[in-house]
Every structure is written in C-alpha cells, then in structure tokens.
Design a protein around this ligand. Structure first.
Ligand code: 1GP
Length: 251
C-alpha cells in the first residue's frame, strides 16, 4: 500500500527538517475563517493540517476537508477523537492507540469496532502510539479518555512507553499535553524520548510561543502541532512555522 504522507514525514526527518502542523477543530471553524487560515498556512509553508477534536459536534468535518483540498496542496491528516471522525476527504489518518493509558477501549476496543469502516475509507493509515502527558490541567482528552495521563516529570516512563510503542509497530509517536494545556511537554522529556526511538516524534499541547516550538524541535521533536493558540490568533501561524523551519539538524 502506498504511504505518501508517512513517507513525506519520514523523509523530512531523514533530511533533518522539522515539520509544522496546524490543528483544525471542525467545531471551531467555518467557511469564512477557513479562507484566511488556509491563506496564512500556504504563505507560511505549513507542512500539514491535522483535523479533528476530542468532540466533533458539528457536521463540518467533510466540508472543511473538501475546502482545504480545493484551495491548497497542504496534506490533511485526521486526528480523530473518536471512530466517527473518519472522512474519505482527508489524505491520511493518525490511527491512534492510547499507549499511555490503561483504558482497553482506546488501546484496541474502538479499533475493532471501527475496523471495517476505516479500511473501507481507503485512507492512508498511520499507526500512532498516542501518549497523553499531564499538562497541569484536566484537558478534554484526559477527561474523555478516562485514563490517567503520564506524569509530566517521569521521563523514564515516557521513554519506556515510546520504546514499547515503537516495538509494537507504531510508526509515529505523538506526545500530547492536551489541547490548551497549562504546561506543555518539557524539553527534557522530548529529548530523552526522541533519543530512544527511530520513528518520527510528534509534539503538541499548550504550545503558545514560537520560542517553545523552536526549543521542542531543538530537543528532538520532528513535528510540532499547534491548535488553540492559532484559534485565538491566526497570524501566529507565520511565527510558529518560521520557528519550526529554522531548526535544521545535521544528519
Ligand atoms: C492537542 O496537540 C494538540 O491535541 C494541540 O494542542 O490546542 O494546545 O495547541 P493545543
């Protein structure tokens, strides 16, 4: 099976480039503000759109993806909060297993139930070890997942969890402090996890300053995801993308 999106992520990592993804929650956008967001993203050379949310209440998912596809060539990656958030209009799907939690439903249960629909979607599937790290506030993801987040200061647990995820065959590791986290993931945790795995490392949750995005990349993050801060001020896309893209690693 062709894996163009995953190949682009690994190719960027292989060549020492860092990637910037803008997270779009379909509940928080509409056709009016999407136009401006896409224009800014194109200008800033955003690498990916992640689309999804813990709850998607509106019916805007398909339309939002179609609008992105019609307007620009930035790839769209579904970041689903539930199995119902699958759309054939995306380019790829983060097939998340919550490996930091001990809720069997989010490790494998929901995957079993939704497997036929996911397969039928024809989407590029990217098996992703999803690790929710304590961000200092009860975020929607920590509540919905009904699983304890990984303690923010326990780097060794994060390292072992990511290693186990990789050995189980996860092709990406996504460490997330949760949308709107008070405390984003520390650079020391990012550094130790990135050294322990070979697959690309995605970092998100509570990143509101371009400087933090930059430091995360320096510490070993391969993809930086920002949602909340951009919802509040879309023009931040420029500075965030520039900060991420300014980090080039010699490989
Ligand atoms: C949340 O990682 C994402 O799942 C992004 O978090 O909305 O806080 O940027 P923010």
């Amino acid at each position: 099976m062709l894996k163009p999106i995953y190949n682009s992520i690994t190719e960027r990592k292989r060549s020492g480039k860092k990637s910037f993804a803008v997270l779009i929650d379909p509940d928080k956008v509409n056709n009016n503000n999407m136009g401006q967001l896409i224009a800014l993203a194109v200008e800033a050379k955003v690498d990916y759109f992640f689309v999804g949310g813990s709850l998607v209440i509106s019916n805007y998912l398909d339309e939002c993806l179609q609008l992105i596809k019609k307007t620009c060539s930035i790839p769209t990656i579904l970041f689903p909060g539930s199995p119902s958030q699958v759309s054939k209009y995306a380019d790829a799907l983060l097939y998340l297993s919550l490996i930091s939690g001990r809720n069997p439903e989010l490790l494998i249960g929901q995957h079993v139930v939704s497997a036929p629909a996911v397969k039928k979607s024809g989407l590029e599937i990217m098996p992703t070890g999803y690790m929710v790290v304590d961000g200092g506030a009860p975020t929607t993801v920590s509540y919905i997942s009904n699983a304890s987040p990984l303690p923010a200061d326990k780097n060794e647990i994060a390292v072992c969890t990511a290693m186990a995820g990789e050995m189980l065959g996860m092709q990406l590791i996504y460490m997330d402090a949760g949308s709107g986290a008070k405390r984003p993931i520390t650079e020391s945790m990012i550094e130790q996890v990135s050294k322990a795995i070979q697959v690309p490392l995605i970092i998100g949750g509570g990143i509101i300053e371009p400087e933090k995005a930059y430091l995360n990349c320096k510490a070993g993050a391969d993809v930086i995801v920002v949602g909340n801060a951009i919802e509040k001020d879309a023009s931040l896309i420029r500075e965030m993308a520039a900060a991420v893209h300014s980090v080039a690693v010699t490989v």
